[in-house]
Design a protein around this ligand. Structure first.
Ligand code: HEC
Length: 141
């Protein structure tokens, strides 16, 4: 009788452990799946608080007149030109690679009204601006 009881308890315990492990595996899979999506578009290491603060400063001074405080961009009319800045919160912009962003910030898209910042901003500042855009407007780390 005692042996039967111990057996039952052991079986119950084993089932319990099994259930917990199953759950954990499922959770890890879910987390991994969403991480894969983030890593695909954001290859840079996470920004430090300082880097983000200084990037935000630059953005609010230099980029905001076209890209807007909330990053949604849109149509802006300057003295004699109309420009249309992309919406950073859109799926299209979320799927642009870091390299694409960096290239555009460095060399601009003159005919569309995006100025070139190579020489005006350091490489480091440009990389941090991309991290800032990812985090502030696209909910990434
Ligand atoms: C005078 C207006 C203006 C200013 C100032 C400006 N931008 Fe832009 N930006 C644009 C326009 C217009 C586009 C769309 C260009 C195109 O059609 O590809 C753009 C595109 C971009 C893109 C998207 C590139 C891509 O892959 O499609 C990024 C990133 C960007 N700007 C970052 C910045 C940052 C960072 C700053 C500040 C340092 C800045 N911009 C300042 C007008 C501006």
């Amino acid at each position: 009788m005692k042996i039967l009881k111990t057996g039952l308890i052991l079986t119950a315990f084993a089932l319990f452990i099994f259930a917990c492990t199953e759950n954990k595996t499922a959770n890890i899979n879910t987390i991994n799946n969403s991480n894969t999506v983030i890593v695909a578009n954001n290859t840079q290491p996470a920004a430090t608080i300082d880097e983000l603060a200084s990037a935000k400063n630059i953005f609010m001074k230099t980029c905001v007149k076209c890209h807007k405080e909330d990053g949604t961009g849109g149509v802006t009319v300057f003295e004699d030109t109309t420009i249309k800045a992309p919406n950073f919160t859109s799926d299209k912009m979320k799927n642009e690679d870091d390299a694409e962003f960096i290239e555009t910030i460095e060399n601009g898209e003159k005919e569309d009204g995006m100025p070139a910042f190579k020489g005006k901003l350091s490489e480091e500042e440009i990389k941090n601006l991309v991290k800032f855009i990812r985090r502030e407007f696209q909910g990434k780390q």
